[in-house]
Ligand binder design. Structure first.
Ligand code: ZN
Length: 285
């Protein structure tokens, strides 16, 4: 029998096992080099370790601050997840959604904004890992699609900043359908000659990595981000081989042609701006 059918259920996914967001406190210890860092110093470095360059995970507000010029507008905030399957596992999906709403998480797992990036008009979608590990449910898919439509109407580039644990199992097949829906919408931008940039951040996994996160005209990753479909341990148990050092990290994917560029967070806005200048006006860049 294939090992697909005999493999034991994983205790935790690679994504779940490590929380690397900056913890509270005056000093924090870097997860990579274990050096102590003065918290205020991280504000100036966009939450990148000044000693070793380790990129801490950041939330949507920090990402907006990093990328957008002041004055952006939030779009499609009215969309809220339903519970079409009445899904109950260890927790009820309905209760999970209610708790997140009570905690002020009203945008589901993606925030879509329009505004400018270094003066370039853009529509930008940023996935929110604090909302069910940025899992791709129906609202995520619909907001991403509406973001595409908005970029199409404005005739401007579209950017998705991805991070995700994958499809949202609480919505079953409806979640998987979002892969095709968003991919089809992006094809419309392609036909119109409008740039789509995919920014992959730690971690971008599952159905998100298997669809729109890999469909950018340029796929740009932050350093050492975990990017892959299945987790490394699942793959090792399936193929019964050890995986090479750095497997499924940005630099490995760059070396093997899966991403186009690895860019440090403090250079990301400038890199995107230069890319957009070239893509939207190649003669003048
Ligand atoms: Zn460090």
């Amino acid at each position: 029998m294939s090992s697909w059918f005999v493999k034991k259920r994983q205790q935790k996914t690679a994504v779940e096992e490590k929380t690397v967001r900056v913890p509270e406190g005056l000093w924090i210890k870097c997860d990579a080099c274990k050096e102590l860092i003065y918290r205020k110093e991280l504000v100036n470095t966009h939450n990148v370790c000044p000693k070793c360059g380790y990129h801490f995970r950041i939330g949507v507000p920090e990402r907006l601050e990093n990328l957008m010029d002041p004055g952006w507008t939030c779009l499609f905030s009215h969309l809220q997840s339903a519970d079409p399957l009445g899904f109950v596992a260890q927790k009820s999906y309905k209760d999970q959604l209610a708790r997140l709403a009570a905690a002020g998480q009203t945008e589901d797992a993606v925030v879509v904004v329009e505004g400018t990036l270094s003066g370039h008009p853009v529509v930008v979608s940023i996935m929110n890992f604090d909302f069910l590990a940025a899992s791709m449910g129906s609202v995520v898919g619909e907001k991403l699609r509406l973001g595409v439509e908005r970029a199409f109407e404005k005739h401007c580039p579209y950017i998705i900043v991805s991070c995700s644990g994958g499809a949202r199992m609480q919505e079953g097949t409806l979640s998987l359908m979002q892969m095709a829906k968003v991919s089809a919408a992006l094809a419309k931008l392609d036909r119109a000659g409008l740039p789509y940039l995919s920014i992959l951040t730690d971690p971008t996994t599952g159905g998100v990595s298997a669809s729109y996160a890999m469909l950018g005209d340029l796929n740009i990753a932050e350093p050492k981000a975990l990017i892959g479909f299945a987790g490394p341990r699942v793959i090792e148990q399936t193929i019964k081989q050890s995986l090479p050092e750095g497997f499924q990290r940005s630099e490995f994917l760059l070396a093997h042609g899966m991403v186009d560029k690895v860019v440090n967070r403090d250079n990301l806005k400038d890199f995107i701006a230069a890319t957009l200048a070239w893509m939207t006006n190649p003669a003048g860049a």
